[in-house]
Design a protein around this ligand. Structure first.
Ligand SMILES: [Zn+2]
Length: 377
C-alpha cells in the first residue's frame, strides 16, 4: 500500500490523500463503510459501490466466530467471498473482545453518555473475560466455547481473511478506566504492537492503534511510541471521553505526535456533525455504523435533518427523501411509499433507506473533500 498526500489545507490540518492498494485507490478523506459480517446489511456489494463507498471494514471477531477464517481463506479471501472488488479493512477484534468485558459489566460503548461514578481500577478483571499478558480468554457468544485471542492470533486470522489493511491487536480500555489501569493497559498494547509487527508475514498494510484513554499524557506517549514503529498507518482507538469536545481534543493530542506522511484512521466514530471537525483535525479515514444502523430503524438523513419515516404523516407525502439527493432511491421513490413499506414491515424499506443514507454520507464527505481542494476549509 502507498499513501500520497496531494493537498494540505492552509486553514486546518485537513488533507487530500490517495491510498493506493492492490484493489484500487481510495481518495481521502473517506468514510469507510461498516460491513461487520462481510456484508453491508440489506445491500449487495454492487449496490454498496453504487452508493459511492470506496472501502469497507469487516469485523475480525465476528468472522472468526462465524463462518471462521478458514472458510474465507478457502474462498480466496474476503474480496472473492463477498464479491467486493475495492479496498477492504479488517479490525483487530480487540474492541469486540474487550466489549465482552468491562463494556458488558457496566453497559457502555465508546463515549460515556451519563456521568458514572463507577471506575475500573488497576488490577481489576472484568467478569466475563480474562486478560493476561499474552491476550484474552473469553467464551464464544455463539456456542460458549472457550476461546483465546492475542496479538499473534489476531494477525493470523486477519491474514487468512485477506483485507488490504489490517489492524494491530490492542486493549481497548473502558471509558471508566482510571489512570493507573489505563497506564498498565497501555504497556500491554505497546508490547502487543511489536508482537503484531513481528507476526505479520503477508504483504497486507498493518496499522498500529493508539490508545491511552482520556488522559493527555498517555495518549501522547502512545502516539509517540506507536508512531515510531514501522506501521503503514495508524488507528486511533478506544474511548473518546465524556463528550464531543474531549473527543476533538483527544484526536488533536494524538495527531500532533504521529508522522504526517502516513494515513490516520479513526475507529468507530463518524456522526454527520462530527465529520468536518474530525477531517479538519487531520483524520484521513473513519468508520461508523450510523448511516446503516439508523436506516434499519426507519431514519433517513437529509439536508432537512433526520426524518423518521415510521411516522404516519409521511403516508401522504409525495416528495423524495431529499430533493437535492441524486441517489437512485431519491430519483425513483417517494416518502409515502417508504413509509408504507415500513408500516407493512417489508424489508425493501430497509434496503432503500440504507442505500440513501450511505449515498448521503458518502456525498457529504465528498463535499468536505471538495472544500479542502477549493481552500474553503
Ligand atoms: Zn437519496
Amino acid at each position: 500500500m502507498q499513501f500520497r498526500i496531494s493537498k494540505k489545507s492552509k486553514k486546518s490540518n485537513a488533507r487530500i490523500g490517495f491510498l493506493e492498494t492492490e484493489n484500487g485507490v481510495v481518495e481521502t478523506p473517506c468514510l469507510v463503510t461498516v460491513a461487520t459480517q462481510a456484508v453491508v446489511k440489506t445491500l449487495t456489494s454492487d449496490e454498496v459501490e453504487k452508493a459511492k463507498s470506496q472501502m469497507l471494514i469487516c469485523n475480525t471477531f465476528h468472522l472468526h466466530l462465524k463462518p471462521g477464517e478458514r472458510i474465507i481463506e478457502k474462498s480466496e479471501g474476503l474480496h472473492k467471498f463477498m464479491n467486493w472488488k475495492k479496498p477492504l479493512m479488517t479490525d483487530s477484534a480487540g474492541f469486540q473482545v474487550f466489549s465482552l468485558g468491562f463494556g458488558r459489566d457496566y453497559g457502555m460503548g465508546k463515549i460515556l453518555k451519563t456521568g458514572s461514578e463507577k471506575e475500573v481500577k488497576e488490577g481489576s478483571q472484568p467478569s466475563r473475560i480474562k486478560i493476561t499478558e499474552d491476550g484474552v480468554f473469553f467464551k464464544s457468544p455463539v456456542d460458549g466455547a472457550e476461546l483465546f485471542i492475542g496479538p499473534k492470533e489476531s494477525i493470523k486470522i486477519q491474514e487468512k481473511l485477506g483485507a488490504n489493511i489490517i489492524f494491530n491487536f490492542d486493549e481497548c480500555t473502558s471509558p471508566i478506566a482510571d489512570y493507573e489501569y489505563t497506564k498498565k493497559s497501555l504497556e500491554k498494547t505497546h508490547k502487543w504492537a511489536k508482537v503484531c509487527l513481528k507476526a505479520k508475514k503477508s504483504d497486507q498494510a498493518l496499522f498500529g492503534i493508539v490508545q491511552g484513554g482520556k488522559f493527555k499524557d498517555l495518549r501522547q506517549k502512545s502516539a509517540k511510541f506507536i508512531g515510531n514503529l514501522d506501521f503503514d498507518g495508524f488507528g486511533i482507538g478506544g474511548e473518546f471521553g465524556d463528550d464531543k469536545k474531549t473527543m476533538t481534543n483527544m484526536i488533536k493530542w494524538v495527531l500532533d505526535e504521529l508522522p504526517e506522511r502516513k494515513p490516520r484512521h479513526l475507529l468507530g466514530i463518524g456522526y454527520l456533525e462530527d465529520m468536518e471537525k474530525i477531517i479538519k483535525a487531520g483524520v484521513d479515514t473513519f468508520d461508523c455504523t450510523v448511516p446503516t444502523h439508523y436506516a434499519r430503524h426507519g431514519i433517513a438523513f437529509t439536508s432537512q435533518g433526520k426524518l423518521d419515516l415510521n411516522k404516519a404523516q409521511f403516508l401522504t407525502n409525495r416528495d423524495p427523501l431529499d430533493k437535492d439527493c441524486l441517489c437512485f432511491v431519491c430519483q425513483n421513490y417517494k416518502k409515502n411509499y417508504i413509509c408504507h413499506l415500513l408500516k407493512a414491515k417489508e424489508i425493501t424499506a430497509l434496503k432503500l433507506l440504507t442505500f440513501h443514507n450511505l449515498y448521503y454520507f458518502n456525498t457529504f464527505v465528498e463535499k468536505i473533500g471538495n472544500d479542502i481542494k477549493n481552500g474553503k476549509i
